[in-house]
Design a protein around this ligand. Structure first.
Ligand code: HEC
Length: 247
């Protein structure tokens, strides 16, 4: 039992309601997630109970690129693929326990922000609380630090490892659209892909994941999102090695 909120909260002009809220147990409903240039605020309908703790896990922001293709990769402020991981300098709860305030000097523009918190119950149980927003009012400005994990150069990369590739496939929820047992889904089944795909195989797989609109598999819609900036270069190596070995 616990609480899990995954919501989409449009920020125009101030805030609106959560589009989708799933909740069990405690009433801990955020009614605003606001990203300003100096602080990020989550406001709750009811005060956070004294025995409940809210832990900061991560704040990620990225820009999107609009193309004629489906979906967009994630891009940093310098245009390179990736996301910005932002660490607040300070996190505090207002005296009335209605607002969680994170001090973050945000000097840039972002199309998307995802805040991940953890609710710690008195029993010690932890539940994720994930909030999404489009901070459309942030002005363009100076980028701060870049997340290191997307900026590795090819010579830093270790050879692909199939077991880690399998984990990446799960983490990225590729299986939401692809079966591994030959069943047709939104996308083609991934088993046997090595045998049926054009060569050089690694290049084909890399393009399939990063630039899915380059070659659209016959008989399927162009409904595969680009994973540019979503998958790290190292994870991509692992994924490709895993896919290569799928019988
Ligand atoms: C929202 C659904 C969706 C998700 C999520 C998705 N794909 Fe796809 N994928 C598709 C569709 C639809 C196609 C066929 C159209 C195309 O080629 O773009 C496809 C095509 C592919 C192909 C080429 C298949 C072939 O037989 O030629 C590969 C490889 C692939 N996806 C890998 C992945 C991987 C790896 C992930 C996770 C990182 C992933 N996909 C996530 C929908 C999805």
């Amino acid at each position: 039992m616990g609480l899990g909120i995954k919501g989409y909260l449009p920020m125009t002009p101030r805030n609106a309601g959560l589009a989708s809220v799933q909740m069990v147990d405690r009433i801990l409903v955020p009614n605003a997630f606001d990203v300003q240039t100096q602080e990020v605020v989550v406001a709750f309908r009811e005060p956070i109970p004294l025995d409940v703790q809210l832990d900061f896990v991560s704040l990620r922001m990225w820009n999107l690129k609009r193309t004629s293709g489906y979906g967009s990769g994630h891009f940093r402020w310098d245009g390179s693929p990736g996301e910005m991981a932002i660490s607040p300098m300070r996190t505090r709860l207002s005296d009335d326990r209605l607002r969680l305030v994170m001090d973050v000097p945000l000097l840039f523009r972002a199309d998307m922000a995802v805040l991940h918190l953890q609710v710690v119950e008195p029993s010690g149980d932890r539940y994720p609380l994930e909030l999404y927003t489009r901070p459309v009012h942030l002005k363009a400005g100076v980028p701060t630090t870049l997340g290191p994990e997307y900026s590795s150069t090819p010579q830093d990369l270790k050879p692909g490892n199939a077991a880690l590739g399998k984990q990446a496939l799960a983490r990225l929820n590729c299986v939401g659209c692809h079966s591994l047992d030959g069943e047709r889904s939104v996308g083609p089944p991934l088993n046997g892909i090595a045998a049926r795909s054009p060569k050089p195989l690694r290049e084909f797989l890399r393009d399939s994941i990063m630039k899915p609109n380059k070659v659209v598999t016959q008989g399927y819609p162009a409904a595969m999102p680009s994973y540019e900036g979503v998958v790290t270069p190292q994870e991509l190596e692992h994924l490709i090695t895993y896919l290569e070995g799928l019988k």
